[in-house]
Design a protein around this ligand. Structure first.
Ligand code: E4P
Length: 217
């Protein structure tokens, strides 16, 4: 499963990219606002750090303006992936852009039928928001299971990008279901490294190593 960081914070992206485990980045207008950075400038910077897809979202609601915005955004770098909302105009834009060889991430997906439409529109990625789904009394992971089943039934190439990930259990379940990608805030990715027994084990080994009086280098 690919790991994307859901952030526009450069320091976090650099730190995660240095592990070699980061496959891409997703941003959205709220994350750009939170970063306090210029959209074009920060997107260019992220694209220079990460080789994989970097999602940059259009803000227009109509197809014609979405195409104009996408045209500006895709010129930033070859690894820009245009993010469009799951609306009729968004999917029309998705069809046109992927037809031209541009990667598209269809975002704000909350039903398996919407995911079916995104795949039919040729989306590179579809982003079901599991956390927001859970927040509203639905089962986010059930949604991922349904989309996986439908995509496998018809051999759609669209990758399931599990978004709005809140904790490690979302990551674990997404991997068990066979989602292609998950995008999570840096704090959630960092937490995946942690286990109390790993820390305790290191502590014990180091204490005994000191007692040997030896050094490796
Ligand atoms: C995905 O691309 C979105 O940016 C993101 O996962 C939304 O997550 P949130 O529900 O935590 O805002």
């Amino acid at each position: 499963m690919k790991f994307f960081a859901d952030t526009a914070e450069i320091d976090d992206i650099k730190e995660l990219a240095a592990t070699g485990l980061l496959d891409g980045v997703t941003t959205n207008p709220s994350l750009i606002h939170k970063s306090g950075r210029d959209f074009m400038e920060v997107t260019r910077e992220i694209c220079g750090i990460v080789d994989g897809p970097v999602s940059a979202e259009v803000v227009a609601l109509d197809h014609a303006t979405m195409m104009k915005e996408a045209d500006v955004l895709r010129k930033i770098a070859d690894n820009v992936c245009i993010k469009v909302p799951l609306t009729m105009d968004g999917l029309k834009t998705c069809k046109a852009l992927t037809g031209e060889g541009t990667m598209v991430n269809v975002t704000l997906c909350f039903s398996a039928n919407q995911a079916l439409l995104a795949a039919k529109a040729g989306a590179t990625f579809v982003s079901p928001f599991v956390g927001r789904h859970d927040d509203n009394g639905f089962d986010g992971m059930e949604l991922i299971r349904d989309i996986r089943l439908i995509y496998d039934n018809y051999l759609f190439d669209t990758e399931i990008l599990v978004a709005s990930v809140r904790h490690g259990i979302h990551v674990l379940e997404a991997a068990k279901i066979g989602a292609d990608v998950m995008t999570a805030p840096p704090s959630v990715i960092r937490a995946l490294f942690k286990h109390v027994l790993t820390d305790k084990g290191i502590e014990g080994f180091l204490a005994d190593w000191v007692k040997t009086g030896q050094s490796i280098v």
